[in-house]
Design a protein around this ligand. Structure first.
Ligand code: SF4
Length: 246
């Protein structure tokens, strides 16, 4: 499939995707952000020494999980040697290790680890996706890159709309990415002023999924104890409750 090469192209191709599989294929071929295309491919060639014998994915990373998800987990962007290496979101780095172990404890995954596309992992009632689909240098996409990539997320939200009840925003970047998604996917004007991100904060408006804030599962948070496994368990339990899951 030829990939989108401009912001306008992303909008057009995303809008045409009639199901998640088509959307995922289209995301995987996108080349709309020159800086991120260069970076993801350069990382895939230079590699980290520990992964020198592996072929990196080095492309945009689509969402992963149930196509009838009631819970969405929204992250920032793939990690250079994690999702950008394995091709699956949050897979192959310490952040993902923490997240998938928690999803398994919550009964939302069939196994506690995610190592790659062939590992047999299944998520229950849950889909994970990112606000930006290519690994950015220093984990920092520019505002233009964020906005260029947004239609992929917006289309994913629209396709999940019949079942989606809760979105867990991992960190302030994901929290702020929700407001344009709300407008695009639900036709709802974002609240003014925007609710602030905090761990455990909850926002909702009629007809839209609940938005639940959670500190990001980054090593910066999990190694320092800012986000503990117990805190993550509480967030996922709350998400299940809000989604009407047992
Ligand atoms: S960040 Fe998004 S819009 Fe930009 S190249 Fe990657 S997938 Fe395409």
């Amino acid at each position: 499939m030829p990939g989108a090469r401009t912001a306008r192209g992303v909008e057009t191709v995303a809008a045409r995707a009639g199901d998640l599989a088509t959307l995922d294929d289209a995301v995987s071929c996108c080349r709309a952000c020159p800086r991120l295309v260069d970076w993801r491919e350069q990382v895939g060639k230079i590699k980290r020494a520990a992964y020198a014998d592996q072929d990196y994915w080095a492309r945009p990373v689509p969402g992963f999980g149930a196509s009838d998800a009631a819970i969405g987990v929204l992250g920032l962007a793939p990690a250079a040697h994690g999702g950008n290496r394995t091709g699956r979101v949050f897979t192959g780095d310490r952040s993902g290790d923490v997240l998938f172990a928690a999803l398994h404890r919550a009964g939302l995954a069939n196994q506690p680890t995610s190592t790659g596309p062939q590992d047999g992992l299944e998520l229950y009632h849950t889909r994970i996706f990112a606000a930006v689909r290519c690994a950015p240098p220093a984990n920092k996409p520019t505002p233009l890159e964020r906005d260029t990539c947004a239609p992929w997320l917006h289309r994913e939200i629209a396709l999940l709309r019949p079942t989606l009840r809760v979105v867990v925003a991992l960190g302030a970047f994901a929290w702020s990415a929700w407001w344009p998604a709300l407008a695009a996917g639900y036709g709802l004007a974002p609240p003014v002023p925007r609710p602030k991100f905090t761990h455990g904060s909850l926002w909702f408006a009629g007809g839209a999924p609940r938005l639940l804030g959670c500190y990001h599962v980054s090593q910066q948070n999990t190694f320092t104890g800012r986000l503990t496994p117990q805190m993550l368990d509480q967030i996922l339990a709350r998400a299940k409750q809000l989604a009407g899951l047992r």
